[in-house]
Structures are given as C-alpha cells and as structure tokens.
Write a protein that binds this ligand. Structure first.
Ligand SMILES: Nc1ncnc2c1ncn2[C@@H]1O[C@H](COP(=O)(O)OP(=O)(O)O)[C@@H](O)[C@H]1O
Ligand SMILES: [Mg+2]
Length: 381
C-alpha cells in the first residue's frame, strides 16, 4: 500500500519534491485546512507533515487532530529546535522533528518512523482518573474499573500509574513490577513493542501494569507523558491512568485522553476541590470528556448527590457504595474486587467500565456469569 502524506501549511514547494518517491503519495493543504482534517469523519493520511517554519507556534487545531485521530503520524518541520515549541509538541505526543536545512533523507526517515508506529494500528481509548483529594479512593476505583473492563471486553488493557514514585497501583493489582513508568518516560525515544513489554507486568486481572517507581525520582520529565500516551493508544485498546493530583504537568498532558474521571466523595472539602478541578479540566478539555464519580457513597449523608452536582456543575452518573472491609481485604490480598462477582462494589465498577468504553455488559465476552447455569451449559465461565 502506498504511504499517504499530507503536507500542511508549507509555502515551500520543494518539500513535496523531497518526499516524493516510490510508493509515496503527497498532497499539500493550507494551514487553515487542518481543522477540517481533524474532524472525526475525515479520512486520514498516514502521516501529516506540518510546516511551522513560517509560524513558530503550534496551531491550536493540532490537539484536535491528535485527539480525534491518535494514530495519524505527525512530523513537524521547524526552522530550529525551539524548546518551548518542542515541549508543547511533546505534550501532544509528537516527537518527530526535522529542522532547516531539510534534507530528503531526514524527512523520509522521520515519516517512516511515525508511520510504523501507526501501523500497529489500534485506536485505543484512554481513561484518566483524578482524585478531588487524597485518600478519596481514586486508585481503588481506577484499578477496579480497569480490571472490570479487561474482564468485560477481553481486549488489551494497560494501566499506567503516573505517580512517578511510591504510587500504589501495584499493591492493588497484587503485582511486583521490576520496572516503572520512569523507565518508560526516560526512554520515550526507544519505545517499541518489545521494549514496552519488558517494562510492564501482566497482572492476574489481565491488565498490563506500568507501575510507579519504588524509589524517589527527581525531575522525570512529565512533558513526555504525551508521547507515552500516544504509544499506549496505538498498542492497547484501553489505557487507564492513575493521575497524581498535585502534579500540574501530569494534568497538562491529558490531551489524548478520551474521558477524565474526577473522583469525589461527600465530604465538604472534597466537594469544593472537585468543583474547582472540574472547572479547570472542563475549560481545558471540554465538558463531554469529564465524568464525576462519587465513591464510598452514603445515601444518608448530609451532603447529597444533588448537592454535589450543584457545586460541581456536572451530573454524577455513578456512585460506588461504601464497603471499607471489602476494599481493605481486596487491597491486602492484592486482588481487585472487580474480579469477583457478587459483591456490591463490583457491579458499580462494571457499570462504570461499560459507560466509559461503550462496551455493553450483555454483549461482553464473559456475559454468562461464572458458575451460572448458562455458563455450565455452554462451558463458558
Ligand atoms: N468504595 C469504598 N468503600 C470503602 N472504602 C474504600 C472504598 N474505596 C476505597 N476505599 C478505601 O479508602 C482508602 C484509600 O483508597 P485509595 O484508592 O488508595 O485512595 P486514593 O488513591 O484516592 O488516595 C483505602 O483504604 C481503600 O481501601
Ligand atoms: Mg492513590
């Protein structure tokens, strides 16, 4: 199959000539057409070559393109390596740059690198979980919804603990990782399938885990999270993120994320924080991508679900019941509750998994419940 390349925003006719070759089709569009290209329904080229030599700034519509079409490769042509511009691009998951003087060899090599990532071909969804406050139950929720979805959909599922140090997703999964997210972040230039496989652990929930480091880490460049997410979305159908609340740069890197789940409970301070957080995230990433989940939900609590909705300005679609004993037991055993049907929490996790992914429980791979009569008849359990 020929490689389709669209050059955007270039006044340099020669760029087309540099790319033209056997099995390569090139066309050029003005910068103003980037928005149309970014629309969900627009058929994508394999690679977009974005010429920024005249503008020196990332066009805002680029993030729309990345979001709608995470597997379209992007190569930037720039006058020089501008650190501010590079950081911004990295956040959007763009790592390929060619600078003046542009040679055909460099340009073709960059195009080939991004198109080979693309050919891995999955258009994965990414779900980010952010707590309104520490200790609300964010990690519990994220881990269990990931386990529930891996069970529901039987698709490749990844969990990334974005706490660079001492995050505890591994404990929840009962896993003992040797490598961490820091190894991935520090080596974004050599991310490929084999390398990535060596960094993750396959947990008993059938979720691959890229865990937090078990040591203090200083200055891991969170600007590269975008690149990591882009890779994840190309190789996993679903990626879950446990996002540190206090790390502004991690919250800044969520451009490629499909849904952001704000986790709150019915405590006054948490609800207030959730309100602030929701406003900021909504402005940045749009209302449609934000979900609010109440956890450790208590119907009798003084602050009701409606109160929470009023403060946050968004509907609360899901509430996870409170069951401290079950939650603690699962944590101590390192076995997510979502793996076992028949507790009050696992149904809530499954319905959140279904809502985020669009996979309906009844059409799911494991719809007949383990041990049900149907399961025994069909031999599926
Ligand atoms: N639905 C729940 N019901 C009762 N206790 C819960 C629930 N979810 C979490 N917990 C408990 O709350 C504590 C904090 O959970 P954790 O997920 O680590 O929070 P966070 O990631 O927000 O700091 C843990 O002891 C956990 O067992
Ligand atoms: Mg946590």
């Amino acid at each position: 199959m020929p490689l389709n390349i669209t050059i955007i925003g270039s006044s340099d006719r020669q760029l087309e000539e540099l790319l033209r070759g056997q099995d390569i089709r090139v066309k050029s569009l003005p910068m103003g057409d980037l928005l149309a290209l970014a629309q969900q329904a627009t058929t994508q080229p394999d690679v977009v070559v974005l010429d920024l030599r005249d503008t020196h700034a990332l066009p805002p519509t680029l993030s729309t393109l990345r979001r709608q079409h995470p597997t379209t490769g992007v190569v930037i042509v720039a006058a020089r390596l501008d650190p501010v511009l590079m950081l911004e691009a990295m956040r959007a998951g763009i790592t390929e740059w060619v600078t003046n003087p542009v040679s055909s060899a460099d340009l073709v090599a960059a195009v080939e690198r991004v198109s080979s990532t693309r050919s891995a071909g999955v258009q994965g969804q990414i779900f980010a979980f952010v707590g309104a406050k520490g200790g609300v139950g964010t990690t519990t929720l994220a881990v269990n919804v990931a386990a529930a979805l891996a069970r529901l959909a039987a698709e490749r599922t990844l969990f990334v603990d974005l706490h660079m140090s001492y995050g505890d997703a591994a404990v929840f999964f009962g896993a003992e990782p040797r490598f961490s997210v820091v190894d991935a972040i520090e080596n974004t230039h050599r991310l490929d399938e084999a390398f990535f496989d060596s960094l993750v652990v396959n947990t008993k929930s059938r979720v691959h885990l890229l865990a937090s480091a078990d040591r203090a880490t200083h200055g891991a460049d969170l600007g590269r999270v975008g690149t990591l997410l882009h890779f994840a979305a190309a190789h996993y159908r679903y990626t879950f993120l446990d996002v540190p609340r206090s790390e502004a740069s991690a919250l800044d890197a969520l451009e490629a994320v499909s849904k952001i789940v704000i986790v709150a409970n019915q405590e006054l301070a948490t609800v207030r924080n959730a309100g602030r957080r929701a406003t900021a995230l909504r402005q940045r990433y749009g209302k449609d991508r934000i979900r609010v989940v109440l956890t450790r939900y208590d119907k009798q609590a003084e602050i009701s679900q409606e109160d929470v909705e009023r403060v946050i300005g968004l509907g609360v679609k899901h509430a996870v019941p409170s069951d401290y004993r079950a939650a603690l037991q699962a944590l101590n055993k390192g076995r997510p509750l979502a793996l076992d049907a028949g507790n009050r929490l696992s149904d809530a996790f499954t319905s959140i998994a279904s809502d985020l992914s669009g996979v309906r429980p009844e059409t799911a791979a494991d719809a007949p419940k383990a041990g049900s009569i149907f399961g025994r008849i069909t031999g599926r359990r």
